[in-house]
Design a protein around this ligand. Structure first.
Ligand SMILES: [Zn+2]
Length: 148
């Protein structure tokens, strides 16, 4: 069981749960690892060393989605919030049924769609071991409150 820190080409950071490093490599090669915020499959694995300076060699490319015109609030925080809200718009909140729903989709018992919800670490681990990708986003506290 591996929890990997991942980042897409647009600089969105997220955690991915995989059965193993090999499982991650296989899913990555198959284009199955996609950024939960923008769907980008150019995913890189971040080293977990906390003091590693990843730098800003390349500025995050603008997402292909039409850029919102609210440039005056275009701080990194605002962009992050916007990306998170976009994910929330595109996904169905299944709450604590997350693990059940993810499994049903994986086995073709439910329609494939974007879902979000809460899963315990045990549930996430079980899903990863069954080859089901689970991504976790650190939501800004302000959004977390509205999620409940
Ligand atoms: Zn992304």
């Amino acid at each position: 069981m591996k929890v990997l820190n991942l980042q897409c080409a647009h600089g969105h950071g997220f955690e991915g749960w995989f059965a193993s490093n090999g499982d991650f490599d296989t899913q990555l090669a198959g284009g199955l690892v996609a950024c939960p915020m923008c769907g980008d499959t150019a995913i890189t694995k971040l080293l977990t060393a906390p003091r590693l300076n990843l730098g800003n060699a390349k500025p995050p490319a603008e997402a292909t989605a039409p850029a919102a015109p609210d440039a005056h609030t275009d701080s990194p925080e605002a962009r992050w919030m916007r990306a998170v809200r976009e994910v929330m718009d595109k996904t169905e909140d299944v709450g604590t049924r997350f693990a059940d729903e993810a499994r049903k989709m994986h086995y073709g018992e439910a329609e494939e769609r974007g879902i979000r919800g809460q899963a315990t670490r045990e549930e996430a681990r079980d899903l990863a071991e069954e080859g089901i990708s689970v991504f976790s986003l650190a939501l800004p506290p302000a959004l977390k409150e509205t999620l409940q």
